[in-house]
Design a protein around this ligand. Structure first.
Ligand SMILES: NC(=O)c1ccc[n+]([C@@H]2O[C@H](COP(=O)([O-])OP(=O)(O)OC[C@H]3O[C@@H](n4cnc5c(N)ncnc54)[C@H](O)[C@@H]3O)[C@@H](O)[C@H]2O)c1
Length: 400
């Protein structure tokens, strides 16, 4: 519906009376619209102000949280020594988010070095290094050891390896590749940039040792097809052939915070069992002895070894040995646990749930039957086993 002035305007236009009348009417209309707009602005501004203040109320606590987080990050750093440019080393730690690597990184950072940490996050936990995030001496690279790495460093601590039984058995082929290709990549890097390489080897090379505790001149009893082949040999070959400075430690059982809950080592197993009121499982009689070392002691020795002139492999254990049974008691008491100690046979440990299905006599009868049938194929039912002669290369004829 048209308003009265608009009707008048319309009749004026239709009657084509005068142009000025039309102009005046239009001007009046525009003026009234403008007036309305000007009057509405304060209402709109008021609304916007109200929305803004409500948003402020929501955002302010978030801003407060961010300020707190920023403060906690800067306050959390442990004190770091100042080193002159000459003494400050650029150090690469592979597997730095793992148990040993993260403590090593703490030591190197606090000693004032510039540390680059490499990990593929397979077993490593971000929590192990979050206290160094944003520190000017710290750098983290998400990297798999199977790939080459280009970086300028003075020292390399090579610890990246799926170390615990559940992790190295999860993907055994990848474990072997990480240990071979990963170590080769680090040897290549050390050679290119002239860095010293430390390799974290394992006491597993002394599998079921005959000597307890193992001294440094005890060479171990190696299981050549076990899951822990000797990659240290590769490093020594590289040292002899290419002159790369190599340091190797055979690490024995180490414990401390940041161990993995499911690493399968005896200390973490006992602690978890005691805390949960479960029986502490001891294999055999528990009289077998082990030496356990606390993580900070190990890390101090690793750094001292790397900076020393000792290039032969060094066993890092603990001269103080305990029986497994003593260790179970040692853990049970401080936890205050009512857990019992349960003795399991070694067989159960190696093959849980395995029971022989065939009786010895029954199995032997089957084998005897088989051999009897085989003999029937031979003359007079007789066969004397003879080993095949070894294939020997005949000597080449001399040209002289
Ligand atoms: N903890 C011990 O008692 C002990 C005993 C003997 C030897 N060691 C040796 O010390 C080293 C560290 O052991 P840990 O107990 O800290 O083990 P861990 O499992 O806690 O740490 C190993 C780290 O290596 C990383 N990693 C694995 N594969 C990788 C890959 N392909 N690329 C990049 N990163 C990879 C994992 O994510 C993890 O952070 C290992 O070489 C282990 O064999 C440890």
């Amino acid at each position: 519906m048209l308003s009265q002035p608009m009707l008048r305007l319309a009749s004026a236009v239709s009657c084509r009376r005068t142009k000025p009348l039309l102009c005046i009417a239009l001007l009046a209309y525009v003026a009234s619209v403008w007036d309305n707009l000007v009057n509405m602005r304060p209402i709109q501004e008021n609304g916007e102000l109200r929305i803004e203040s409500r948003l402020d109320k929501i955002i302010e606590p978030l801003r407060e949280k961010i300020r707190d987080l920023e403060k906690s990050f800067t306050q959390k750093y442990s004190p770091v020594k100042f080193l002159s440019e000459k003494d400050c080393k650029r150090i690469l730690v592979t597997g730095g988010m793992g148990f040993v690597g993260s403590y090593l990184m703490d030591k190197l950072m606090m000693d004032g070095h510039k540390v680059t940490m490499v990990d593929n996050f397979f077993m490593g936990r971000k929590r192990n290094m979050e206290h160094w995030v944003s520190h000017e001496n710290f750098e983290l690279i998400n990297h798999d050891m199977l790939e080459q790495l280009s970086i300028e460093v003075d020292q390399i601590y090579h610890l990246a390896s799926p170390a615990s039984p559940p992790s190295y058995m999860y993907n055994p082929f990848k474990t072997l590749k990480t240990n071979t290709v990963g170590t080769l990549n680090m040897l290549g890097l050390a050679k290119r940039v002239g860095a010293r390489l430390f390799l974290a080897s394992t006491s597993e090379v002394c599998r079921d040792p005959e000597v307890h505790p193992q001294t440094e001149d005890y060479w171990g009893r190696v299981n050549p097809i076990g899951p822990c082949p000797r990659f240290a040999e590769m490093c020594y070959a590289c040292m002899k052939q290419e002159g790369v400075a190599v340091r190797v430690a055979r690490i024995f059982n180490t414990f401390g915070p940041r161990m993995h809950m499911n690493d399968g080592w005896v200390v973490s197993n006992f602690i978890l069992q005691a805390l949960q009121g479960e029986p502490l499982t001891v294999y055999r009689s528990g009289s077998q002895t082990r030496a356990f070392r606390y993580i900070s002691d190990l890390v101090n020795r690793l750094v001292a070894l790397t900076n020393s002139n000792v290039s032969s492999p060094v066993k890092l254990g603990n001269p103080e040995e305990h029986t497994i049974l003593e260790f179970a008691q040692l853990i049970k008491n401080p936890v205050g646990s009512g857990s019992k100690i349960q003795f399991l046979s070694e067989k159960a440990k190696l093959m849980p749930g395995w029971e022989p299905m065939v009786l010895r006599e029954e199995g032997l009868n089957k084998a005897i039957f088989y051999f009897r049938k085989e003999l029937e194929y031979h003359a007079n039912n007789q066969y004397i086993p003879k080993p095949k002669p070894a294939r020997m290369k005949t000597e080449r004829a001399s040209h002289n």
